[in-house]
Design a protein around this ligand. Sequence first.
Ligand code: TXA
Ligand code: MG
Length: 354
Amino acid sequence: MHMTKVVKVNPLAPGDMEIEEASQIIKKGGLVVLPTETVYGIGADAMNPGAVRRIFEAKGRPQDNPLIVHIANIGQLSEVAADLPEGMSRLAEKVWPGPVTFLLKKSVCVPPEVTAGSDTVAVRMPAHPVALKLISASSTPIAAPSANLSTRPSPTSAAHALHDMDGRVELVLDGGSTFFGVESTIVDLTSAVPVILRKGAFTPEELREVLPGSVIAAGAAGAPSVPGTRHLHYAPRTRLLVASDGAELSSSSTRLSECMHVCVMCSSESADELDRRVDRIVMGSRGDLYSIAKNLFGSLRELDRRGADIGIIESFEEKGIGYAIMDRIRRAAGYATADTKTISSLFNGAYPCS
Ligand code: TXA
Ligand code: MG
């Protein structure tokens, strides 16, 4: 058990004092929760095996699930990765700092704890002033998974991170809300063509501009073969169902609310169409998918706070950041849908309230 200290930090112009305090903890092998442009992470010195092991303990994370290494300048790339593919520095210059993680051949310097024994390493340069300044001040790459307890929704505010990590880390740097709200896009550069292993804040369309021919891994839809997708993810405690469209969202929520507490997670546009008695969490506007991404994980946490019997969540268009949104939504719901047949099967074969 640790005393967790929370220190406010200006996200756009972090002060030297706060960063100095945090970097001292990293240098001593401690854990610091830090904001990135995607979600909050739990950072430790990536080159210190003992510090890295503490991350796994703090999260309750299975040892076989590797960590992303965060760097602050291109020079650090060759410390952590080897046999860089041709054109790597040009590519890095185009997308970094930013929400893209590249899977590369690992350098011998990276301890096996970080990569879970794999010969590849996941690397990214985050586009958040606090993260960049902390990595530089610590003079070491920082390994950082999302700062949630394993399987819980990723934290997009310091309060979310503190909720899960209080007593488990030395320091939380509170830089307010993260910018994107969904994690980085993970791209495997060790295969014949670049493969998107995890859809994220950097859209497939943006990626194809810099890496034409990138493909989305078949398994990124949920097959268990893709690393990092084997494990249960983002799950709220409340049972959640995904509505295929607006009609299903409002009909299922109206019917179920006859006999139970239903909470709908939706856009402001869909909220206008709901029966006014139905409890709801408005995540943003359907016309601005970035607003939905930013509030998605916080809304999943809010769903649990409402104490509903069941949650029903809207579907969004799969384009741009919508790919990442739908990936997280489907996983959060364990791929359950809100049609009559599925709902009946959840309640011993009969539709409830009828
Ligand atoms: O946006 C993000 O990427 C955030 C912030 C904090 O940077 N980090 C994050 O880390 O989402 P985490 O640990 O929650 O997710 C990293 C994913 C995991 O699914 C892991 O399996 C995968 O990356 N991963 C890491 N190293 C890998 C490797 N060597 N091979 C395959 N998958 C790897
Ligand atoms: Mg995570």
